[in-house]
Structures are given as C-alpha cells and as structure tokens.
Design a protein around this ligand. Sequence first.
Ligand code: SF4
Length: 375
Amino acid sequence: MSRTMLPVVEGGAARGATRRDVTARFRAKLTANVTRLMRRSEGVARQFMPSVEELEEYGGTETPFEEGKDNRGIYGLERIYEDRAVLTPYFDCSAYCRYCFKKTRTLAGDGRAMTPEDVDRAIAYIAADPRIRIVLVTGGDPLVRPELLRAVLDRAAAIPHVRQLRIGTRNLLFRPELLDDAMADWLASYQRLDPADLAASRSLALAVSINHPDELYPAYVRALRRLLERGVVVRAQVTLLKGVNDDAATLRRLYESFAAVGLTPYYLYHCMPVVGARHFRTSVQRGLDLLEELAPLTGALAPHYVYVTPVGKHRLGRGAQLEHVERAGRRWIRATTPYRAVDFLAFSDSEALPPMHEVDAAGRIVSHYPDGEDG
Ligand code: SF4
C-alpha cells in the first residue's frame, strides 16, 4: 500500500471502531518478552497495545515527520546534517510501538529492505564525501536482520573518514536473547582505537530507546552489559509519552536506572506529530515543566530535551520560553533553528524548505512545530 493510499478517518475518534479496525490499518506485533512485560506494567502496555485512538485524524500520511525514504534517489539513505548520513537497511521490527515515528513504514508495512545495489550506491555516496564522519544505521530495526546489518557495517567501516558507526535499535528490549557473546564480540569488533593515530580510529555506539523503567528487565540488562563490557558506548534515549512517562517520578526512576546499568542518557524526545499518535503527545511546555521538576538530576543525568523538525533537532533547556502561533487551525511553536537554509537544501538534496518553514534575514531556518496537548 502506498503512503498516499492510506485511509484517513474523518473527524475525531472513530465511533464504534474496534481494535481489529486499528490493526487493519496499523499492524500489531509483539514478542513473548514484551507480552510478559505488558502484563506486569501499564507503562509498557500503553506503548504496545493497539488503541482506537490511533484512528483519530491526526498527523497524516504526508507528514514530513515520518522521514523520507531516499536522498539523491538512493533508497535507504537520508542526510540533513553535514557530518552524518543515516542508513535504513530494513523497515521492520520485532514488535511495534504504537507511537512509532515511522508508523506508515513499519506499522503499515510500507517499506522494503535495501537491496545490495541500494547499499552499493549509499556507500559510494558516503565514501565520496569526507565531511561525513558518522554513519547511523537505524530502522525499522537493523538488528532484526544481522546479515544485512553486517553488509552495511563492513562497508561503512572500510571508509577511512568515518569516525563513528552508530546503530539505533529497540530489538534488544524485544529479543535480548539474540545478543549473545558472539554477537557482542562481532559488534565490538568494529571499534578500532589507535591512541597514536585517532584519524585512523573509530568507535561503535548503540542508541537504544527506553521509555519506562519497567522495560529494564534482567535479560535486557544482561544484554546491554555484554556490550558495555566490551567498550561499546550504549546511549539511552527516551520519548516523552502521555500516560507512560510524563511524570517526574517515572522519569527520575528511569534516568537513575540508566546510571545503575551504565547507560549514557541521551535525548528526551518530545513525541512527534505522526499519524495516529495524538493521544501520546503532551504539550512541549509539559516537557519543560518536567525538566524543572527533574532539576535534582544534574550533569550527565540531566535530560537533553529536544523536539524534532524536518530540518533537525531543536534543543530546549530549562526555562526556555516558547513562542506559540495559531496557523491552519492548529497551535505551533515558532522558533529560529541553528540550521542554515543553504546547508539544509544542500545536504537533504531538497529543492525547497519543508512546509511551515521559512528563512530569516540571517539565512537561518525558522521552523513551526505542531504542539501537542495536555489533559
Ligand atoms: S522499534 Fe522504533 S521503528 Fe520499530 S516500531 Fe518501535 S519506534 Fe518504530
């Protein structure tokens, strides 16, 4: 099914809709581990249980927040920053998160794996631009198809100017048993450190999404430790989700769990305005209020709160003032980004800025980000 063919329910929540109607549009998938966690934890269950609220007209299948699938005509490659390229070899996951920011790809089954030819073209593009220092391999979930991940990592690791390989995954939460010693050794083998020649060195980092402290069950913690013990950096990123973690006590417990396991706290994302995700989205201000309540978390444990626009991340520190504007019947947050229009157009290979984005007199992009709602 193409992105534009997805049906959109007219007006508000779908009256009389059932969970079957939801899964007909957005597939549901769980693993045994996730099912067990859902039985024990409401915070986990809400992330994975299909809800008729997903059928509310919201976001839309053409939203720029669900990531384009190609750049320069290369399927599976994306770029908006000078120093990094993003590869998505595989658009599927072992379980489906209902707030997924690629909902029309993963949960609607609209996405294919990169072919060997796609990988060849993406690697040739990265090899030809020495400004690219970081290659992020994300998903769907690249750890679901290790042989495809290996094909991509082997090639990316051979590019001399690449300093860091990153993997974005949630598969270790879903299937931690896959991360045995052999897989941990394999992933750690991509690290090369020559203390006398850092230009010839590179590291590997994993970014895992963990939204609730109940997700850190023993088998998962053991899998994460297997990587940490081999020197792999593991960053924990969080999506702020209404009814899951939008309270200071849960977030504090979560960040303190990261410290206990040895995970590096990474971004706290405001939930993106993707189709069917309205019920998960707090206001951006709610996240700022939580930062105040989380002030006792200091230094590396302090959350790095961001919202994601089609031109890049927008960081919000404690006490940030938001400018709200009403447009097209919605409430938006207007902000000048640190990103120059000329760079965005060059790196993303776009002919124009995304809708609701403008350029100021200094050439910086002014973004309008759709706010969420509390209550
Ligand atoms: S693991 Fe990531 S890509 Fe997969 S369903 Fe969850 S949010 Fe989406």
